[in-house]
Design a protein around this ligand. Structure first.
Ligand code: PXG
Length: 463
């Protein structure tokens, strides 16, 4: 079926007309894009018929894997019943209501309401407007500043990219927008501090307290963070970090926002990342795993503390999207959540497949190129180094310009394994459905990809 596709003409048309996200088009035109034509379970196929094991769940989203007929059927039925209606003018629709009820039942008990968006970026934009409006309603309009973190990823809209801490994104388009500031990320393995991970976590959380005191607590609206940083390179903080962050937010009356776009819906073996770290946020943004990416959907879960102020004092909240509460997207989400529940995927990641993945992934630490590896639920990362040492900070790194991570990513692809490179850290976030045998298969593919990378590096004389 796939062999009939003329890859070169698709690549040419792609290169002429399709502007890809986050892409150097001159570079892509030389290489030609890989054309993905089919997905099933944890595998993808390209237009040349090559099979790839998708270690990234699409882009951190296909939690239930590809080819789920139940989601396709739910989407088909909803399109035939009611493909679209808006939620603006005193109207609602059945899937949006049912999904709101479902999300509230899965979220921690403080969450009572849902605001729908089309993406994670829009969810975080919504949060910026919502928390500032909340403080206005409470008579504290000067509480405007939102504190985020360097190297965070919160999306690519003006507010999303501003909340994010990616300097290359800020460099284009005049970002960040006013009223958003960034503190250091809790990146233990890159730190010079000679302390335990727990102690480091507590020290890292103090950055938040220092920033609040510097700005004045009366100026700070909220703190936003991903429970585990995803796009930044799977940066896994200690429990102590989050416990301390939560204590500091409570002490200064600063709203705590967790961005659950990646960590939500089972990725860490809990329904939400905040459950894993035992903290109680006031707001949570979500997207991706809510529909397993089959149809775009995002949103904000709002605690009763915030929702009640908006509902009772708010009047009109002048914010919303055409596709807020899109019935087809909500139907897809309901079918997806049913699969996650019926197959017990969250508990499986927590008690069985997550610990198994951690054990198997740890064996990659023996590879001569791997200076450090760690994992949390179904997210994992390993650092490529020139010369190993006991601690990551003592390893000899490659030069940034050598782009060894990108090289390794290409070898992984060629070897049938989809993995992301963030600098020289190689990361995975595979579908939550993986069996032990599939985890073994993935680890073998990664090991082989690392061997091929090492051979090339030796050939180039870089190791
Ligand atoms: N928050 C987090 C934590 C994300 O990971 C968004 C918000 C934005 O969601 P939308 O749906 O607007 O894209 C994301 C998105 C990468 C990569 O390179 C990660 C994302 C998007 C694009 C690339 O890992 N995450």
């Amino acid at each position: 079926m796939t062999s009939r596709i003329d890859t070169i003409s698709v690549q040419q048309a792609d290169s002429l007309h399709y502007m890809h996200p986050f892409t150097d088009h001159a570079d892509l035109a030389c290489r030609g894009a890989r054309v993905i034509v089919r997905g099933d379970d944890i595998y993808l196929w390209d237009s040349e018929g090559k099979r790839l094991l998708d270690g990234m769940s699409g882009l951190w989203c296909v939690n239930v894997g590809y080819g789920r007929k139940a989601i396709a059927d739910a989407v088909h039925a909803q399109i035939m019943q009611l493909p679209f209606y808006n939620s603006f003018f005193e109207t609602t629709n059945l899937p949006a209501v049912e999904l709101a009820q479902k999300l509230v039942s899965l979220a921690p008990p403080q969450f009572k309401r849902v605001f729908y968006t089309g993406s994670g970026s829009e969810a975080n934009d919504t949060i910026v407007r919502m928390v500032r409006y909340y403080w206005e309603l409470l008579g504290a309009p000067e509480r405007q500043v939102i504190i985020s973190r360097q190297n965070a990823y919160h999306g690519s809209t003006m507010a999303g990219a501003s909340l994010g801490g990616m300097s290359e994104m800020h460099a284009q388009g005049g970002l960040p927008i006013p009223g958003i500031v960034h503190i250091a990320q809790p990146n233990y393995i890159e730190s010079e501090q000679d302390v335990s991970a727990e102690e480091f976590g507590i020290n890292a959380a103090y950055c938040l307290e220092r920033k609040i005191l510097e700005l004045g607590a009366g100026k700070v609206a909220a703190f936003i963070a991903e429970p585990v940083q995803g796009a930044g390179g799977v940066i896994i903080p200690s429990i102590s970090y989050w416990q301390e962050i939560s204590r500091i937010c409570k002490k200064y009356g600063v709203l705590l926002v967790t961005d659950e776009v990646i960590c939500g819906f089972g990725r860490l073996g809990t329904w939400f990342g905040c459950d894993y770290f035992g903290v109680e946020p006031d707001l949570m943004s979500f997207a991706k795993g809510v529909t397993s990416g089959y149809v775009p959907l995002g949103g904000v879960l709002v605690s009763s503390g915030v929702a009640d102020v908006l509902a009772l004092k708010g009047g009109h909240f002048n914010h919303g999207f055409t596709y807020s509460g899109h019935p087809v997207a909500c139907a897809a989400a309901l079918a997806n959540l049913r699969i996650i529940e019926e197959e017990g995927l969250v508990a499986r990641v927590r008690t069985d497949s997550g610990p198994y993945l951690a054990r198997q992934f740890a064996t990659l630490g023996n590879h001569p190129l791997v200076g450090y590896q760690d994992s949390c639920g179904f997210m994992a990362g390993l650092n490529l180094v020139k010369r190993k040492a006991d601690r990551m900070r003592d390893c000899v790194r490659f030069e940034k310009e050598q782009e060894v991570g990108m090289l390794c990513r290409r070898y992984m692809f060629d070897n049938g394994m989809v993995m992301r490179a963030v600098g020289d850290r190689m990361i995975i976030a595979p579908p939550l459905t993986m069996t032990h045998a599939q985890i073994d298969e993935m680890i073998a593919l990664i090991g082989d990809g690392l061997d091929r990378t090492l051979r090339e590096l030796r050939h180039r004389g870089w190791v």
